[in-house]
Design a protein around this ligand. Structure first.
Ligand code: EPU
Length: 357
């Protein structure tokens, strides 16, 4: 187990933002992860679990406690069952499932971060969500002081949400198990119109796995959603806000606001989101509220490729980023009456206002 003191956390995040941790521990086995968590809990030391750092906004003051970097490895494929150690790089694991000819996560190619982070916010893209292939999550339960296995149902997955987000300090993910599908080298049926269009097929069709993966990588890269150290548009946490889910009544109000502001023919994006609910597009709201691609004049700006990604152009501080995020939330609220909620996890700071103590 490696241990550093007063260690910078910014290099461990895709934003490259945030101050140092009092102590940074890197664990390469499950036993080391558990030992580090127990040591922190026994001494009452605050704990910050860091995976791929792709969904983290760390305050400029850093983290006063133990930051635990999960660097465990393990890719075990038995038939169509896959078990990944939490520290595995997600996008590499996806590439290996595609090489193995198995379907189920090919549209989640190019998503930065670690395998252990995927169940936490039920990572999803291009019509797939990990909740549809995860069978079990093995986690260290800090309340019980033991490793436990949670079934898919117990994870309580929903859009960008799970039990792990409800109770963020209780579990540390160790392993994630997936049931993939052997469809003779073909992908799962394509669920996202944009992917189907790019492949020249209809939604619901299957295509060769490698084609699905490559198409998704291309679409993502076009939106600055594939990490590239040279490209500041990718110094981000992917989507900074979740897509708002509105009740029918809220949607009706919102629709009226849209027409008032953008003219009678204006139609906001609307996707079914369960009985009595509609999901709209945060990117669209941001755009139409006047925050276009590249918006901002400081070191934190909206990506030049996608309005939903906030980016560090180099030399930004977390405060710069939060200032921009707050300006967008206020602008969208004023224009459309919808309050955007941040998707990345914040540490020591909060989007809503004053720093968390
Ligand atoms: N749009 C704009 N301006 C833009 C980009 C998009 O107005 O600059 C509008 C368009 O109307 C477009 C709609 O937004 O049709 C949806 O855009 P997109 O397909 O890019 O999807 P998204 O809602 O912006 C979500 C996920 C992404 C995921 C993509 C593809 C969330 C919060 N985000 O983005 O996930 O890759 O769909 O499935 O659900 C992430 O969570 O970090 C992430 C990148």
């Amino acid at each position: 187990m490696q241990e550093l003191h007063d260690a910078p956390l910014a290099p461990l995040t895709t934003f490259r933002l945030g101050g140092p941790a009092t102590r940074l521990v890197t664990a390469t086995t499950d036993a080391e992860v558990i030992a580090a968590v127990r040591a922190a809990d026994d001494s009452g030391t605050p704990l910050l679990v860091v995976g791929g750092g792709s969904n983290l906004v760390i305050g400029d003051k850093g983290f006063d406690g133990t930051a635990l970097r999960i660097a465990t490895t393990g890719f075990e494929l038995r038939g169509t069952t896959l078990e990944l150690a939490a520290g595995e790089v997600w996008t590499d694991a996806v590439a290996r499932t595609v090489e193995a000819g198995l379907a189920g996560v090919e549209c989640l190619a190019g998503i930065p971060g670690s395998a252990g982070a995927t169940p936490i916010q039920n990572v999803g893209a291009y019509g797939q969500e990990v909740s549809s292939t995860i069978t079990e999550v093995v986690a260290y339960d800090r309340r019980a002081g033991a490793a436990v296995t949670l079934t898919n149902e117990e994870c309580a997955f929903s859009y960008r949400h799970s039990r792990f987000k409800d109770d963020p300090s209780r579990y540390v993910v160790l392993r994630v198990r997936f049931a993939l599908e052997d469809a003779g080298g073909l992908s799962a049926p394509l669920r996202y119109a944009e992917t189907a269009r790019a492949l020249g097929v209809e939604p619901g069709d299957r295509v060769p796995l490698a084609d699905a993966r490559e198409t998704v990588l291309k679409l993502r890269a076009g939106k600055g959603m594939v990490l590239d150290p040279e490209d500041h548009d990718t110094w981000s946490a992917g989507s900074f806000f979740t897509n708002p889910i509105l009740t029918d009544a809220q949607f009706a109000d919102f629709h009226a606001r849209v027409r008032e502001r953008l003219g009678d023919g204006a139609e906001p994006p609307a996707y079914p989101a369960g009985e009595g609910h509609t999901k709209t597009s945060a990117a669209w709201l941001i755009d139409k509220a006047g925050f276009g691609k590249g918006y901002g004049d400081g070191a934190a700006r909206i990506s030049t490729k996608h309005t939903l990604a906030l980016t560090n152009r180099g030399g930004a501080t977390t405060e710069d980023l939060l200032e921009l995020a707050r300006e967008i939330v206020a602008g969208v609220r004023e224009a459309f009456g919808v309050t955007l909620v941040n998707e990345p996890v914040t540490v020591g700071v909060s989007l809503q206002g004053s720093p968390v103590q």
